[in-house]
Design a protein around this ligand. Sequence first.
Ligand SMILES: NC(=O)c1ccc[n+]([C@@H]2O[C@H](COP(=O)([O-])OP(=O)(O)OC[C@H]3O[C@@H](n4cnc5c(N)ncnc54)[C@H](OP(=O)(O)O)[C@@H]3O)[C@@H](O)[C@H]2O)c1
Length: 237
Amino acid sequence: MNSISEAVLITGASHRLGLAIALKSIELGFHAIIHHRTERDELREVLENNSELRSQITTIPYELTQSPEALVDKAYSLPFNLTGLVNSASIFTPGNLTDYNHFERVLNINALVPSRLAAQFYNKGGNGWVINITDAICNKPSVHYQNYRISKVLLELLTKQQAMLFAPKIRVNAIAPGAMIPGEAEDSEYFKALESQVPMKKTGDIKSFLDTYSYLIGTPYINGQILRVDGGWSVAP
Ligand SMILES: NC(=O)c1ccc[n+]([C@@H]2O[C@H](COP(=O)([O-])OP(=O)(O)OC[C@H]3O[C@@H](n4cnc5c(N)ncnc54)[C@H](OP(=O)(O)O)[C@@H]3O)[C@@H](O)[C@H]2O)c1
């Protein structure tokens, strides 16, 4: 008897952490529905060089400033049982509260869109889990990437509120990573220098990030939590 595969929709998963989450999902036995805007080389290489993985991936190109709900509808139209949603797509650009056009764009993609995707998953009768990707140090007030930080704080609040609203059908949790991969506009020297600020004296521990993802999926009594995976960076003075 053929059973329908369980699938996870991961946003912004054409490269970097999003793609790593997609590949981990496959390792955990899910079909990966990879949402992307741009098809990046990292994804192209995976699809071109590994036929086994290719059969476990479906890609959906989509611009998230359009109706986010339509992305969930597209995922639902596939012949899988959608059980997970990972909100990883995000805008990470500098900007502070002197620039409200930037603030609106960042708030939309980093907080409103993820919560609308989760709501559509719930409204369609979904059963499973949502994991939002926030940021370990978003709660530290700073003018550096201020709008980005505020958007991630809001996403953490939405995580807790939706966890209450959607239970017991859907669990909503978040992972708040510390410095994992330098931003595209950041230089690697700056990133390396961050190590001295992290109590565990290390950046880039993607394995811990992915282990946390796997732990959250496999632990059904955890709901409404934000797990910081940052080597203690967020508690350092
Ligand atoms: N990297 C780190 O060390 C780190 C640290 C803390 C938190 N995080 C969080 O972890 C997550 C993944 O980080 P990352 O650095 O791997 O991501 P990233 O390189 O910033 O990629 C984010 C993805 O989001 C997509 N995206 C942005 N706006 C979009 C839109 N309007 N429509 C569709 N897609 C859109 C981008 O698409 P395009 O490819 O088309 O630009 C991009 O591929 C993010 O939520 C980030 O905030 C990362």
